[in-house]
Design a protein around this ligand. Structure first.
Ligand code: SAM
Length: 300
């Protein structure tokens, strides 16, 4: 949802160029903010202001974004599950020379959002298609997580049914790379119990309300996180859930953990708390165990 911005703003006044010549006929995929309305590119605004029509999930939500920038354009509601006649209408418009923007309520269209069927149809017809990139919750969560970013896998929404969620997480538990899931705040505790059951003390990160007023990242083993959650009001808002890959849980020796901590504290000048956090995420050891080693180093 596009609200709860970190910094509330009045309507933003910037000069947006409307293309002097009509845009090339085709489909323009436009990335929109995941919370803070300012997280949109000038290119995206220019294309929104220049296309013949905007196909969006919810015309009110996209309308609010466009109103914020003073853009008036025809909007039609589209999602892949809508009657195929809306998709046919969009294809017909492009065939007749119109430019159509596709956006979702937030983030990148097609990424856990509608658009896949429309894209395949446009490709089949050989239409011009381009993307104007923008914010994405999975990658923003990954950046902030402290988990390895060199290799990762995006696994979409976790299933809603507990058994299916258990099976899905089990299916991916041995993957050696960072895993990224979309999950709801309401189900997060149940999901952490499942993770604890099947993956033990694997490092987990909850990235919540990204780019919004209550943005935060919580990290630790599933057990640590359950303890943290029990000490606060129920979690609300939108959530990206990240798990360290199986690689991160390789057997680190006592000496290696001590060296990692010494490096974090003495050379990177991290605080004790941050050093413990970093080493915990890197090694897959529990926070408690890493903390004991850190105290030992500090008290030497
Ligand atoms: N297309 C979007 C993207 O590119 O990120 C994702 C849309 S998907 C329908 C919505 C899910 O993305 C939410 O349920 C949540 O898991 C995640 N999400 C979206 N915005 C978020 C935010 N600001 N903070 C955390 N997670 C967010």
């Amino acid at each position: 949802m596009l609200d709860d911005m970190k910094h509330k703003t009045e309507q933003t006044s910037i000069k947006i160029n409307i293309q002097e010549r009509p845009l090339q006929a085709g489909l323009y995929l436009i990335g929109t903010p995941i919370g803070c309305l300012k997280d949109i590119s000038l290119h995206a605004l220019e294309i929104f202001a220049s296309v013949d029509v905007v196909a969006c999930e919810d015309t009110r939500i996209t309308g609010k974004l466009l109103h914020h920038y003073g853009i008036q354009v025809k909007k039609i509601k589209y999602n892949d599950h809508s009657d195929t006649h809306i998709r046919s209408e969009i294809l017909k418009r492009i065939e007749q020379g119109e430019s159509v923007a596709l956006c979702s309520d937030a983030g990148l269209p097609l990424i856990a959002d509608p658009g896949y069927k429309l894209i395949t149809d446009c490709r089949d017809k050989g239409f011009y298609i381009t993307s104007i990139p923008g914010a994405n919750a999975a990658l923003t969560g990954l950046q902030l997580s402290g988990l390895p970013t060199d290799r990762f896998i995006f696994l979409g929404f976790l299933p809603t049914k507990k058994k299916a969620r258990h099976d899905y997480l089990s299916q991916w538990k041995d993957t050696p790379v960072t895993q990224i899931y979309y999950e709801t705040a309401q189900r997060i505790e149940e999901t952490l119990h499942i993770i604890q059951d099947i993956m033990g003390d694997r490092p987990v990160v909850i990235a919540r309300e990204l780019t919004k007023l209550f943005e935060e990242t919580l990290s630790g083993s599933a057990k640590d996180l359950l303890e943290q959650l029990h000490e606060r009001p129920p979690l609300k808002g939108e959530v990206v859930l990240l798990l360290a890959g199986q690689d991160a849980k390789q057997d680190w020796s006592d000496i290696e953990i001590t060296e990692l901590l010494q490096h974090a504290i003495n050379e990177k000048h991290l605080s004790l708390k941050d050093a413990v956090q970093a080493v915990m995420l890197q090694s897959g050891w529990s926070k408690k165990k890493v903390y004991e080693y850190a105290l030992h180093i500090k008290n030497k």
